[in-house]
Design a protein around this ligand. Structure first.
Ligand SMILES: NC(=O)c1ccc[n+]([C@@H]2O[C@H](COP(=O)([O-])OP(=O)(O)OC[C@H]3O[C@@H](n4cnc5c(N)ncnc54)[C@H](O)[C@@H]3O)[C@@H](O)[C@H]2O)c1
Length: 342
């Protein structure tokens, strides 16, 4: 890709140097077409430590960074509730944006973000790195080719461990106003993929509960959903699994085939029986998890996202997820939480 692009390096500024911001920096450092031009964290120690590490100007104030720095794009890696205001501010400063998932906490905010990007003629892109997982890309291919025939049902299980240290290590985690709920954090990866496969969620019946953490959001939930293409879905999630992540899976039941993508984070194919598309023998399962010390997150394909972002900025056709697609997940989450009592 880099040879083919023939362009000057894209200048990235990163805001929020927490678990995922550090991963963005590590990926950008290795990406030949990227240059880290600045970073920002409201925690002065973190900003200084990483500013020194990458030898770039560092800021404690986001507004100040936007004013002072000449970058092409801002990567927004702060907690969910900052995604909308920080995206809008970057748009108004004429910077492209790569915002972490979830795009925002409300569909209204997503629409404001899209409007700001359009008004300022900048690109708004959302991190959805699981789309690049080897098993997911293969499932998407057979679905697009219609190999499974009519799809009847899909089941998703997000059975993960997030311990007390996870919730207490950052002030926004587990707090309704700032995090919204586990659907925004852990499950949004899966909801994006389901919508990508089967269309928008148009109906949902959900039950949620908090069983094992001192938090104001749910740590267990189950939702029965219907997609626009008629598929019936069951989505189960918890962050209460003992000790470690147990499973992150999607099982698709079709007229001409059955697929279970599993492992802990959609990294293996646990079952594949597709009438006219046998599982390729040479498949390489090379997706790795993001590892953050006290817990393991979703897949670490941020390098592929960054590649696609650079392609998009160069004006070429890219598969990176844009604001309108990011909005679909947030809209589905709002629908799933509607009428839940907690
Ligand atoms: N794509 C993925 O797999 C993935 C994985 C982890 C996190 N995320 C997303 O990234 C975001 C951050 O998550 P995290 O786990 O890295 O959180 P974190 O709490 O570890 O880090 C957040 C960082 O943002 C900084 N910050 C907070 N408010 C700020 C402000 N106003 N200005 C500047 N800095 C500020 C904090 O000091 C902290 O260093 C969340 O939205 C989360 O959903 C995505």
């Amino acid at each position: 890709m880099q040879e083919a692009l023939n362009m000057k390096k894209v200048g990235f500024a990163v805001v929020g140097i927490g678990n995922i911001g550090k991963r963005h920096l590590a990926v950008l450092e290795k990406e030949k077409h990227a240059e880290i031009v600045a970073l920002c964290d409201k925690d002065k120690h973190i900003a200084e430590e990483y500013g020194r590490k990458y030898n770039v100007p560092y800021f404690f104030s986001y507004q100040k960074m936007l004013k002072k720095i000449d970058c092409d794009i801002v990567n927004i890696c702060t907690p969910h509730y900052f995604h909308a205001p920080m995206t809008i501010a970057a748009s108004n400063a004429k910077k492209h944006i790569l915002v972490e998932k979830p795009m925002a906490l409300t569909s209204r905010d997503c629409q404001r973000m899209i409007a700001a990007a359009n008004k300022n003629n900048v690109k708004l892109m959302v991190v959805k790195q699981n789309r690049y997982n080897v098993p997911i890309a293969l499932a998407k291919k057979v679905l697009e080719q219609g190999k499974l025939g009519k799809i009847f049902m899909v089941e998703v299980n997000v059975f993960w461990n997030r311990n007390d240290a996870y919730y207490s290590s950052s002030p926004w985690r587990g707090r309704k106003q700032m995090e919204g709920g586990s659907l925004y954090t852990q499950v949004s990866h899966f909801i994006d993929l389901l919508i990508w496969f089967f269309g928008d969620i148009k109906k949902a019946k959900t039950v949620i509960d908090t069983k094992n953490h001192d938090i104001t959001i749910e740590d267990c939930g189950s939702s029965i959903v219907t997609f626009t293409r008629g598929v019936l879905g069951v989505i189960n999630w918890t962050t209460c699994v003992y000790r470690t992540n147990y499973e992150g899976s999607i099982t698709i039941i079709g007229e001409n085939g059955t697929i279970k993508i599993g492992g802990q984070y959609l990294n293996t194919i646990d079952y594949w029986d597709v009438a006219s598309f046998p599982l390729p023998k040479d498949i390489q399962y090379n997706d790795r998890p993001n590892t953050y010390g006290q817990y393991q997150g979703s897949s670490s394909n941020h390098d592929k996202v960054m590649n696609d972002v650079i392609v998009a900025i160069s004006g070429k056709k890219s598969t990176v997820v844009d604001g309108s697609e990011g909005l679909k997940t947030v809209r589905a989450i709002e629908l799933m939480y509607r009428n839940t009592k907690h």
